[in-house]
Design a protein around this ligand. Structure first.
Ligand SMILES: Nc1nc2c(c(=O)[nH]1)N[C@H]1C(S)=C(S)[C@@H](COP(=O)(O)O)O[C@H]1N2
Ligand SMILES: [Mo]
Length: 161
C-alpha cells in the first residue's frame, strides 16, 4: 500500500472510532448528574430524582423531561428581544461527545417538542450504555447523531454579537 493510502486508511479508522460511542468502556462514562449553565438566571444541578420533579414526558418507550421544560425552569437570559435568536444550546456527554441546538429550533419549531432528556426506558433506569441520564431528538430524520449517551451538561450560549 502506498504511504498516502495507508495514512488515509488510518485517518478513516480513527474518525470512525470517534463517531461511535465507546460501549466497551460504558461503565466509566455513566453520569448521574446533569448541569444546566451559561446564560440562565438559575443554573441547575439535577440528579434523576430532581428530574422526576418536572412534568414527566413519555415518548415511544422513553420517560424523561423536555429540554424546553428544563430551560423554562433555568430561565434563559435574553438582554433584548432578539438575543434568544442568537443562542445555541450545547449538550455534552462525559466522553466529550457534544451536540448543538439553536434556541429557535427548541422553542419555535416542531423539533423542540421531541427533544427529550430521559432517564427511563421501558420503565427501567438506563443501563450503562446510556446511563443514567441521556438525551435524544426524537423528531430528527436520523436519531442516532443527537442521541447523547452519558449526558453531563447543557450550556446556553449567545454565539453571535
Ligand atoms: N456520548 C456519546 N453519545 C453518542 C455517541 C458518542 O460517541 N458518545 N455517538 C453518536 C452517534 S454518531 C451515533 S450514530 C449513535 C449510535 O447509537 P444509536 O444508534 O443507538 O443511537 O450514538 C450517538 N451518541
Ligand atoms: Mo453516527
Amino acid at each position: 500500500m502506498k504511504l498516502h493510502k495507508m495514512l488515509m486508511a488510518v485517518a478513516l479508522c480513527a474518525s470512525t472510532a470517534w463517531a461511535h460511542p465507546d460501549l466497551s468502556n460504558a461503565s466509566k462514562y455513566v453520569t448521574t448528574e446533569l448541569t444546566v449553565s451559561g446564560a440562565v438566571e438559575h443554573p441547575l444541578k439535577l440528579e434523576v430524582k430532581d428530574l422526576r420533579q418536572f412534568p414527566l414526558e413519555q415518548q415511544d418507550n422513553r420517560n424523561g423531561v423536555t429540554l424546553r421544560a428544563l430551560l423554562d425552569r433555568a430561565k434563559v437570559i435574553a438582554g433584548n428581544h432578539n438575543d434568544v435568536k442568537k443562542m445555541a444550546i450545547i449538550a455534552t456527554a462525559s466522553d466529550g461527545y457534544a451536540v448543538v441546538y439553536s434556541w429557535s429550533e427548541v422553542f419555535n419549531s416542531p423539533i423542540g417538542e421531541g427533544v427529550l432528556i430521559f432517564f427511563e426506558k421501558d420503565g427501567k433506569a438506563l443501563a450503562d450504555d446510556e446511563g443514567r441520564i441521556a438525551m435524544i431528538s426524537t423528531k430528527d430524520l436520523r436519531t442516532g447523531p443527537r442521541h447523547v449517551r452519558w449526558l453531563k451538561s447543557i450550556e446556553i450560549k449567545k454565539i453571535v454579537d
